[in-house]
Design a protein around this ligand. Structure first.
Ligand code: CDV
Length: 307
């Protein structure tokens, strides 16, 4: 058995006015609680340190850049890295990254048990739109504030296994999981901020949103025989509701833990990476069963074109 005692740490709402330091204090308290339950690895949400700012339309780049981190860790986030190191815990967490060259990414990192950053991922499937859209019930301006990730979907040898990362909307795309699956991934960590109502179809509420979220994570885990650890930022941020539904999904596609609230909450599970072996050596033994001669359209065509 190759067990990682994993904690998916859901964060309740973060308001616009909340400081980074106040969020980091909450995260440290949750990390301490996860450590008490024996966890050695913790998964935090997408854009962990702030409210989900892409819901706000901004024209002033100085105002936009206030939501971004110029370095990681930095003065505000260092106490979290120090505490994780004291506990000997690895972490996955998401944040808005502003590079020294002035580039903006929706990013996640993976740390080892000494809080060294050993992996970085930049969100590839950016949802939403770039200009103000008065037809939507709320804005989702990720295409305005971020550029698409440029690092691909790497997999890292860490924590005794093969670890991958994704961010929110990536979980809806089978390509996300399969590219990592083809590198043997055993555990995918992902953070998300999913508004409880579809901005373009108000009858699609939280139940449907949770259904699609579970469907995506469960099928990705099953079809690639890997663990999926999904951490929500949940609850009502300045009047805007986000679903909870943080999950731990096993390599057979079963949900083994799910959050019950839309607040700060921890899920802990002993994830045995050897549970990936059965699927990877039988029905999803890619080397034996994949037929790449028929998959060309996947990488040569972006949109659907009828024959
Ligand atoms: N932060 C996100 O990527 N949110 C998206 C949108 C489409 C709601 C999501 O897939 O949940």
């Amino acid at each position: 058995m190759r067990k990682i005692v994993s904690a998916v740490i859901q964060l309740g709402p973060i308001q616009k006015a909340d400081s980074r330091s106040s969020v980091v204090e909450r995260m440290i308290a949750l990390l301490d609680a996860a450590k008490k339950e024996g966890a050695t690895y913790a998964v935090f949400p997408e854009l962990t340190f702030t409210t989900f700012f892409p819901r706000w339309y901004m024209e002033d780049q100085v105002e936009v850049d206030r939501w971004f981190e110029r370095s990681m860790p930095n003065a505000a986030t260092m106490p979290l890295f120090e505490r994780a190191k004291e506990h000997g815990m690895g972490m996955y967490l998401g944040y808005a990254e502003l590079t020294p060259e002035g580039r903006h990414f929706n990013t996640s990192i993976l740390t080892d048990t000494s809080s060294n950053i050993i992996g970085k991922y930049r969100k590839i499937h950016l949802p939403g739109h770039a200009e103000y859209d008065d037809k939507r019930t709320h804005q989702h301006l990720e295409k305005r504030y971020f550029e698409p990730g440029d690092l691909g979907f790497p997999v890292w040898r860490a924590h005794g296994g093969l670890m991958g990362m994704a961010l929110c909307n990536d979980r809806r795309w089978p390509e996300t999981y399969r590219v990592m699956g083809l590198q043997g991934v055993e555990m995918i960590s992902l953070g998300f901020n999913t508004p409880s109502v579809n901005s373009q179809r108000s009858e699609e509420g939280a139940e449907d949103r949770l259904f699609h979220h579970r469907l995506s994570c469960q099928s990705g885990a099953y079809q690639n025989a890997c663990w999926v650890l999904a951490s929500a930022k949940a609850g009502v941020e300045d009047g805007h509701p986000l679903i909870g539904g943080s999950l731990i999904v096993d390599p057979n596609g079963h949900i083994v833990a799910e959050s019950k609230t839309e607040d700060d909450e921890i899920l802990v599970h002993d994830c045995d990476l050897d549970q990936c072996n059965f699927g990877k050596t039988t029905i999803f033994d890619f080397a034996r069963h994949r037929r790449i001669e028929h998959y060309g359209l996947i990488t040569s065509r972006v949109g659907a074109e009828a024959p």
